[in-house]
Design a protein around this ligand. Structure first.
Ligand SMILES: *Cc1c(COP(=O)(O)O)cnc(C)c1O
Length: 405
C-alpha cells in the first residue's frame, strides 16, 4: 500500500543516517503537511497582529481567522463554537477542567475514577485535585490479554462509590484499544459522575462527535492531528463552562476590571487569558481542512490497514511480543523484542532511519499492569506505507542478529 499523501509532508525528503526517514511515532506527534506549515508562515507574512483588540484592518483580519478556526474546530469535534476553548495542549485542557470544574465540584470522600491505561496527563491533574480535596483516585483495571477495560471491575467501581468524575481515554496511546465511550459515559452518568474524555488519540484516526458520545468534557491535541505544537482544544458542555470559574487570568478573559475586582468575559473567551497562539490556532484550522479534504473515513481505513499489516507481520517473528497480540487496535502497536531493552532496539532501528518510540509512553501505571518497565511502539499515519512495516521487520531481524536471539 502506497501513500497518496506522503508527498504533502516535506520532512520525508530528509535523510536520517544516510537513509530515508521512516517515521513510526505519530502517536508521539504527527508530521506536518505543507498546507499547515504554509498557513503558519502566511499568517506571519500577511496578517500578523494581536486579536480581539485593535480597530485596524490587520487586527480585524487576524481575529476573523482565529475565530474562523474555532468554528472549524467545533465542527470537527461535533461541538458548538461557544463550547470550544483553545489551550496550549491537551494537558492544559485537562488541567483546566481539574482546576476549575474539579475544584468547584469535587468534595472530601468523593471518588475520581480513571483507568490503568491513562496517559500521565490524565492522571496527575486528578491526583493533585484529589490531594487538595481529600478525594480518592481509583483505576479501572485493564485485561492484559485483550487490552480492554475489565467491565466487571468498571461496573463495580462506578457503582460502589461517591462518584464525582470519570476521566478516561478514547483510544490507548500504547495498546491502541478503543473504549466504548458512549456506553462508558452512559454508565458513569447514571452513577452521577461527570465524564471527561481524553480523545487525543481518537481525533487523529476516526470521526469523533463529542455530543453523540455524551461526554461533558473532551480534549484535542493539535500536534497529533497535523497541526503545530502549542495548540489544543477543550470541549466543555456550555452549561458547565458557564458556571465554571476562570483557570488562568489576566488580559482578554475579562469583561470589566476595577482596582478591586473584575467580571469575566463570555464563554469561551473567559478561559483564554493573555495573547494566545494565534498563528498555531489558524494552522490548526488548516490541519482540520486538510483532514476533512481527505475524509476521516479514508484516514481511518488507511491507518487500520497499516496497523493490521504491522500486527500480522510482527506476529511472524517469534522473538517479538505484542501488547496485546490482536489486530483490533487503532494507530499504535506496542511490542518488545525478547528481553532486549526497548532503548537498545530503538538505536538499532535509528541506524536504519526508523523512528519508533520507546519507554513508558507516559503510561507508567499501564506498564506496571502489563508487568514491564517499557515497550517499543510503532504508530502510524497517512504518510506511512506497507513498505515502512517491511523496513521495520527487516530492522527487527537485524536486532535478532545483533543481540543473538
Ligand atoms: C499526547 C497525549 C496526551 C497529551 O497531549 P498534549 O497535547 O501533548 O498535552 C494526553 N493523552 C493522550 C492519550 C495522548 O496521546
Amino acid at each position: 500500500m502506497v501513500s497518496k499523501w506522503k508527498k504533502d509532508f516535506p520532512i520525508f525528503s530528509k535523510k536520517i543516517n544516510g537513509r530515508k526517514l521512516i517515521y513510526l511515532d505519530s502517536a508521539g506527534t504527527s508530521q506536518k503537511p505543507k498546507q499547515v506549515i504554509s498557513s503558519e508562515s502566511e499568517f506571519y507574512e500577511k496578517y500578523n497582529s494581536n486579536i480581539h483588540r485593535g480597530v485596524n484592518t490587520l487586527s480585524e483580519h487576524a481575529t476573523q481567522l482565529y475565530e474562523n478556526s474555532r468554528v472549524k474546530t467545533a465542527e470537527f469535534m461535533g461541538a458548538g463554537s461557544d463550547e470550544v476553548v483553545f489551550v496550549r495542549n491537551a494537558t492544559e485542557g485537562i488541567n483546566l477542567v481539574a482546576q476549575s470544574y474539579g475544584r468547584q465540584h469535587v468534595k472530601k470522600g468523593d471518588t475520581i475514577l480513571l483507568t490503568e491505561m491513562e496517559h500521565h496527563s490524565n492522571i496527575i491533574p486528578w491526583q493533585l485535585l484529589a490531594t487538595e480535596k481529600g478525594a480518592k483516585v481509583e483505576y479501572v483495571e485493564v485485561d492484559k490479554e485483550t487490552g480492554k477495560l475489565d467491565e466487571l471491575d468498571l461496573e463495580r467501581k462506578l457503582s460502589s462509590q461517591q462518584m464525582a468524575i470519570f476521566a478516561f481515554t478514547h483510544v490507548s496511546n500504547v495498546l491502541g484499544t478503543v473504549n466504548n465511550v458512549k456506553k462508558l459515559a452512559r454508565l458513569a452518568k447514571s452513577n452521577g459522575a461527570t465524564v471527561v474524555l481524553d480523545s487525543c488519540q481518537s481525533f487523529p484516526h476516526m470521526e469523533v462527535n463529542v455530543k453523540n458520545l455524551g461526554v461533558d468534557f473532551a480534549v484535542l491535541s493539535g500536534h497529533k492531528i497535523f497541526a503545530p505544537t502549542g495548540i489544543g482544544a477543550l470541549y466543555g458542555r456550555k452549561e458547565l463552562l458557564e458556571e465554571m470559574s476562570p483557570f488562568l487570568s489576566g488580559g482578554n478573559m475579562i469583561s470589566t476590571v476595577s482596582k478591586e475586582s473584575a467580571t469575566w468575559n463570555e464563554v469561551p473567551w473567559k478561559f483564554e487569558a493573555g495573547t494566545p497562539n494565534i498563528a498555531g490556532t489558524i494552522a490548526l484550522g488548516a490541519a482540520i481542512d486538510y483532514m476533512n479534504r481527505i475524509g476521516m473515513k479514508n484516514i481511518e481505513n488507511y491507518n487500520n490497514k497499516l496497523v493490521d499489516y504491522c500486527v500480522s507481520e510482527l506476529q511472524k517473528l517469534p522473538f517479538i511480543k505484542i501488547y496485546p497480540p490482536l489486530k483490533e487496535k487503532v494507530g499504535a502497536v506496542a511490542f518488545n523484542v525478547a528481553n532486549i531493552h526497548p532503548h537498545d532496539v530503538a538505536s538499532v532501528l535509528d541506524n536504519e532511519g526508523i523512528a519508533i518510540r520507546t519507554g513508558h509512553h507516559c503510561c507508567q501505571p499501564l506498564m506496571n499492569a502489563l508487568g514491564v518497565n517499557a515497550t517499543c511502539r510503532a504508530s502510524f499515519q497517512i504518510y506511512n506505507e506497507f513498505s515502512d512495516v517491511d523496513s521495520l521487520v527487516n530492522a527487527l531481524n537485524k536486532c535478532k542478529k545483533v543481540f543473538k536471539l
